[in-house]
Design a protein around this ligand. Structure first.
Ligand SMILES: CC(C)(COP(=O)(O)OP(=O)(O)OC[C@H]1O[C@@H](n2cnc3c(N)ncnc32)[C@H](O)[C@@H]1OP(=O)(O)O)[C@@H](O)C(=O)NCCC(=O)NCCS
Length: 151
């Protein structure tokens, strides 16, 4: 058995939102709301659940605009972090973008989020700009690093 046996991806539905919100509150100081996920599903964004052995290990949300993909959310449940699952989830979104012939992939990450930053850099993303005051933070607001990769 490889480390990734049993991983599968599927569309997120409204029935997933109890567990999604549980994970969201567990891993973020400023979680998305249930409404944010509901709106994303209704808007036709690519809302994907990653399962391992039948349990939700993570999820993400990607929006396509013309020939660009924009990753809005990438999340791995606390007990699954650091095991390669985030990379698998990101690769899944990059694979979708490639299949859809999108040309560029964008995402934002908090300046302080060194784990996510390392993941994105190792996946080929580069900094494009810093957006000041982008995220809420305990101390006021925090800047985002806008990152991009050609697909
Ligand atoms: C960021 C996140 C999606 C990464 O997923 P993950 O499953 O924990 O990460 P992976 O095990 O796939 O590791 C991918 C890379 O991240 C980096 N990384 C992972 N855990 C790390 C840690 N504890 N310290 C430093 N770097 C780490 C490494 O570069 C790693 O690659 P490597 O194993 O080849 O060295 C996940 O930790 C998460 O959901 N965090 C909370 C929410 C969040 O910050 N989301 C991103 C918002 S932009």
């Amino acid at each position: 058995m490889t480390a990734f046996d049993g991983i599968s991806f599927r569309q997120m539905g409204f029935g997933d939102l109890d567990r999604v919100m549980e994970i969201e509150r567990e891993i973020y100081d400023f979680p998305w709301t249930r409404g944010n996920f509901g709106d994303s599903i209704e808007s036709g964004y690519r809302c994907i659940v990653m399962e391992r052995g039948g349990f939700m290990a993570g999820y993400g949300v990607m929006m396509d605009v013309l020939d660009e993909a924009h990753l809005l959310n990438l999340s791995v449940a606390k007990n699954w972090q650091g095991m390669g699952m985030g990379r698998k989830l990101l690769e899944n979104f990059m694979g979708i973008a490639k299949r859809e012939s999108l040309k560029f992939f964008y995402l934002e990450v908090r300046l302080s989020n060194s784990v996510a930053l390392k993941l994105y850099e190792s996946a080929g993303f580069r900094e494009i700009a810093v957006r000041p005051n982008y995220y809420p933070a305990a101390t006021g607001r925090e800047a985002a690093r806008l990152m991009g990769a050609e697909i």
